[in-house]
Design a binder for this molecule. Sequence first.
Ligand SMILES: Cc1cc2nc3c(=O)[nH]c(=O)nc-3n(C[C@H](O)[C@H](O)[C@H](O)COP(=O)(O)O)c2cc1C
Length: 385
Amino acid sequence: MRPNDRALSRSLNIADLRSRARRRLPTPVSDFLEGGAEDEATLIRNREAFSEWGLVPRAFRDVSQVSGAVKILGQNLEWPLIVSPTGGAGLFHPDGEIGLAMAAAATGTLYCLSAMASRSIEEVAQSTTAPKAFQLYIFRDRGLTRELVLRAKAAGYAALILAIDVPVPANRERDKRTGMTIPPRFDLASLLAFARHPAWCWNTLVRQPVKLANFSDMRAEPGTTLLNFINSQFEPQLSWADLEWVAGLWGGPIAVKGLLHGDDVERAVAAGASTIFLSNHGGRQLDAAVSGLDMLEQTAERMAGRAELIVDGGIRRGTDILKAVALGASACSTGRVGLYGLTVGGRAGATRALQLLRTEYERDMALLGARRQDEIERSCVRRLR
Ligand SMILES: Cc1cc2nc3c(=O)[nH]c(=O)nc-3n(C[C@H](O)[C@H](O)[C@H](O)COP(=O)(O)O)c2cc1C
């Protein structure tokens, strides 16, 4: 057995993959993956919120056949966990976004490609025939925004995910300390951290250098790098008219990612969104923001089936998905889970990560006494504190 295969087979859960991933990355990169904004209160909250709920199993049910199948954004998924968009996945393994897309396809779910990916819209579209979604930011340059929407449409993406929670870059102090900023500002300690990981340096800087693949044909303003240019493109003046504009351009299933307030969910659905990611961007944007799970029950009651609600942030176990579904989620979504697996073993590692969670989820459904998603009822979950 190759060392990587052994590392994967010995990883019994997401926490095991996470600790192996941390060891494989230079500290600045692993802090970039793990970190959140400011005090990281929201990052911590994303996990804590799940521990506040307990499951109440049902008895005397034939659970010899269970299925977590759901339809989200018009796509039939074999289980309710979507792979969230994460920019620059090539930082973690040369397989990057292609590895993640293939892992999602292999485990029966939907992959969302980030606009900030290290592989292009077209390359990822060709990597698998399974349906994929494209995550867009509205950039200051609306021509550039429009071009991305049209490229995703031409490449056959099944759904568009509009992320709205980066009106300005966040304050991630871990990254400032390690120099993972735009432009990078590494000190001696960071450079030594890279030097301790020659394999990572070879793969990421030489073999398959990480880039912002969707913008590689673009020329930045004179005197700026492409990274600086894209960073200056975040749009602080978003309006609901922008969502209507994008929905009209796209003309297919569209989700808004990064909402937490019920009024905004209502408004986004009125503007054409079928699906809402209740998300705080994995604790990486506004610190002290509530978690998606915190807002789920009341949003589900208010929307009463008028929108697909996806909880994103802190999912690490099959039981987390069960809790979210019982509280009204149509599905969940995760960023770091796929990235931990990708770091440890590329495409095979990302597949292992997703398969571990899928197996947990289906086993947990049986243990809860639920054969289908609609049997995971509100009464199956109880607040503990
Ligand atoms: C390294 C990293 C990069 C990310 N890049 C993006 C991105 O480009 N677009 C986006 O909408 N969200 C991005 N996110 C947020 C994820 O889509 C998702 O909301 C978050 O990871 C969910 O939390 P979890 O990692 O605890 O599952 C990123 C998250 C991480 C960890």
